[in-house]
Design a protein around this ligand. Structure first.
Ligand code: B16
Ligand code: MG
Length: 213
């Protein structure tokens, strides 16, 4: 029986729009150009690496202390936006699919780069759906490194080849492939040729019988 490892941001919840808003606020304050296209490069990438991508367009260098302060500032804006989230922010498609997979006996895990994973899952009342959570708090290298998914597999006691990863980020698809797992692309990653399977909504993982891949 296959296990499913879900990315969080951009797959189960649309916190990507809050990441964008929070980074945009910081970039505007610093006078740095930032748009949705640049934002796509931040998907699945850690907070500090995201900041480095934004600072590529800065016209001056910043010290490590300044960068730490920027990351903290962005996270405070982001956490404020997250605090408005409720269980209504999870679509019926996502909730019903997770429930059905559980009913069928599949193990479910989270594989997210975010250090805010548990807070988000609590806010939207999904925390009890998962057998394990692997996130930004238990990794040293972020996607496209496979660490976050390999840890998720270890936490649920499953071999990587029996794990199916659902991802919206190119970096996440690369991480899943590097982990030796099946990579299912949704959202932004549905246009990525390295995705083994492409879906347009979460419930398609049952329709397409992805579990037999
Ligand atoms: P945080 P995922 C990722 O989540 C986001 O896609 C990425 O944009 C963000 O920088 C990263 O989490 C770190 O998030 O600042 O909350 O620790 O897609 O891997 O679920
Ligand atoms: Mg994501």
């Amino acid at each position: 029986m296959k296990a499913f490892i879900f990315d969080l941001d951009g797959v189960l919840v649309f916190t990507d729009k809050y990441h964008y808003e929070a980074w945009k606020k910081l970039a505007d304050r610093l006078g740095i150009y930032f748009d949705e296209k640049i934002n796509n490069r931040l998907r699945g990438v850690s907070r500090m690496e995201s900041l480095e991508i934004i600072l590529e367009r800065a016209d001056r260098d910043y010290t490590d202390e300044e960068k730490q302060a920027f990351a903290t500032e962005k996270n405070e804006t982001y956490r404020n936006l997250l605090s408005q989230m409720t269980p209504e922010d999870v679509t019926a498609d996502v909730r019903e699919t997770l429930e059905e997979l559980k009913r069928r006996g599949h193990k479910l895990a989270i594989g997210s780069s975010s250090k805010n994973t548990k807070y988000i899952l609590e806010r939207v009342n999904l925390i009890d759906m998962f057998d394990a959570i692997s996130d930004g708090t238990n990794i040293t290298r972020s996607k496209p490194d496979p660490e976050v998914f390999l840890k998720a597999a270890e936490f649920i006691g499953e071999e990587p080849k029996n794990c199916i990863v659902i991802e919206d980020a190119y970096s996440g698809i690369d991480a899943a492939k590097a982990a030796g797992m099946t990579a299912v692309g949704i959202g932004d990653a549905s246009g990525y040729e390295k995705s083994d399977i492409v879906i347009s909504q979460i419930s398609d993982i049952m329709k397409n019988d992805v579990g037999n891949h």
